[in-house]
Design a protein around this ligand. Structure first.
Ligand SMILES: [Fe+2]
Ligand SMILES: [Fe+2]
Length: 252
């Protein structure tokens, strides 16, 4: 896995850890946030990729500085590494959707400290920064949250915005930090289309999320699979998603 900086200022930084070259399991992006010496991992990933994730985390922060883990929903590619993380660092506090706590415990580590996020969301402190839990229910899991950093203007958006991309592509939609054009976006979004049509179940949940997210100031939209939307590509993605009919397994 490689680590690339996403946001940096003084004592506050974000990285994305990604691996889009190998095809053992579905590619997952893991994000690391640091604030004043404390770190968080966002959607820390599956059991299968844990050694690579831990090695990449260690390149950017001391693993002992990890004090929080954010779990957007219950899927194995998000949270099945929980017992391995807990064995390495049992000072990590796990922030999980309350609805899924009893299910996430099935991954193991019954002694891990879990904090249940209520349906309406909330926030957590990391160092001296506040990070907000943004409800994203039914996108795609019944209880689902995204994580917003108001200072960095970064929204970690879990499976929303995900794309299943061919090996070797970059981590930015349309090139370095989204610098390129509509064409880069248009090519990219073809790899996101089926994923959203089939994995996202609810058009009304989609519109609710879009309304909520349009009220936030966002410079970067960071999904758990695929590439990051920056600058103009944030608005392009929201407009595209708004116009897409989801829930495609049910014929209407
Ligand atoms: Fe998922
Ligand atoms: Fe996922």
């Amino acid at each position: 896995m490689r680590a690339e900086p996403v946001f940096e200022t003084g004592t506050h930084r974000w990285w994305v850890l990604f691996d889009q070259d190998e095809r053992r399991v579905i590619d997952s992006n893991v994000y690391v946030v640091e604030s004043s010496g404390q770190s968080a991992v966002l959607d820390p990933g599956g059991f299968e990729i844990f050694p690579q994730v831990l090695a990449a985390v260690a390149e950017v922060v001391p693993p002992t500085s990890v004090r929080k883990a954010f779990v957007s929903h219950q899927d194995p590619d998000i949270a099945s590494s929980l017992p391995l993380w807990n064995a390495c660092n049992n000072n990590i506090q796990w922030q999980v959707p309350g609805l899924w706590e009893g299910f996430i415990r099935h991954y193991g580590a019954l002694d891990a400290e879990m904090v249940c996020i209520p349906d309406e969301g909330g926030s957590m402190m990391l160092g001296d920064r506040r990070l907000d839990f943004i409800p994203a229910h039914y996108l795609h899991a019944s209880a689902n949250f995204h994580l917003y950093d108001p200072e960095a203007k970064v929204l970690f958006c879990g499976d929303v915005g995900a794309a299943l991309l061919p090996p070797g592509h970059g981590i930015w939609v349309g090139g370095r930090r989204g610098a390129e054009s509509v064409r880069g976006f248009d090519e990219h979004i073809q790899h996101a289309k089926y994923f959203h049509q089939r994995w996202m179940p609810s058009n009304s949940a989609k519109l609710d999320w879009i309304d909520r997210v349009r009220q936030l100031q966002i410079d970067m939209l960071c999904p758990q699979h695929g590439a990051i939307y920056a600058g103009e590509n944030v608005k392009r993605f929201l407009d595209w998603f708004e116009g897409l009919t989801v829930g495609s397994a049910i014929a209407r």
